[in-house]
Design a protein. Structure first.
Ligand SMILES: [Fe+2]
Ligand SMILES: [Fe+2]
Length: 201
């Protein structure tokens, strides 16, 4: 998975500051704790979508699978913490996700809101995938290397699924146009946030 992948498949407009991975590796306990909560939030977000759109059968089915997968990621991060003698620690607000979520438009067509929600989730998956790639390639710990590689592949799959799912409910050209807008917004958010030593985003 090259930087070409980041640009052409994930389509992220701004690569992560390369300093992030070096500082992250020195704070692996904090990174694991933050990561555990990222997985918890991904599962929670899938559950919220099910509850909000019970009439969308395809969405309900796909989110059911996704929630199970994200929850298994959560369990595995907990196990990595435990192996090292660490606990879960407290949840910290994820500024990146908070900023991105502000761009889910309220009101208007219900499907448009759903599309925004799915695309915001898609971008969180894409950025997480990019960060897992950096961790996989740069971290010294061999167990964690393997773990991050698997997660990179899994979150890339989720990114693609979220975009596809949005196209179930809105015309493809509308989804692509909104995705382009959100990709710009996402890059601006990343640009404004300092690379944090203790955060996944
Ligand atoms: Fe995950
Ligand atoms: Fe995911």
């Amino acid at each position: 998975m090259s930087s070409q992948f980041t640009k052409t498949i994930l389509r992220l407009q701004l690569p992560t500051d390369p300093r992030w991975v070096n500082i992250a590796e020195k704070n692996i306990e904090e990174i694991l704790v933050d990561h555990a909560y990222c997985e918890q939030k991904a599962a929670t977000s899938g559950i919220s979508l099910i509850v909000k759109y019970p009439d969308k059968t395809r969405l309900v089915e796909e989110m059911t699978d996704l929630v199970a997968e994200e929850w298994s990621h959560f369990e595995r991060v907990l196990a990595e913490l435990k192996k090292r003698g660490w606990g879960l620690g407290r949840n910290r607000p994820d500024e990146y996700v908070v900023e991105l979520t502000k761009h889910i438009r309220k009101g208007g067509q219900r499907e448009r809101q759903l599309m925004d929600h799915l695309l915001v989730n898609a971008l969180i998956e894409a950025r997480s995938c990019e960060r897992f790639k950096l961790l996989w390639k740069n971290i010294q710990d061999e167990d964690l290397q393997k773990f991050y590689y698997e997660l990179m592949v899994s979150e890339a799959g989720h990114y693609v699924s979220f975009v596809k799912l949005a196209k179930e409910y809105m015309p493809a050209e509308v989804v692509d146009a909104r995705l382009n807008e959100l990709l710009e917004i996402e890059a601006d958010i990343i640009r404004d946030l300092e690379p944090r030593p203790d955060r996944m985003h």
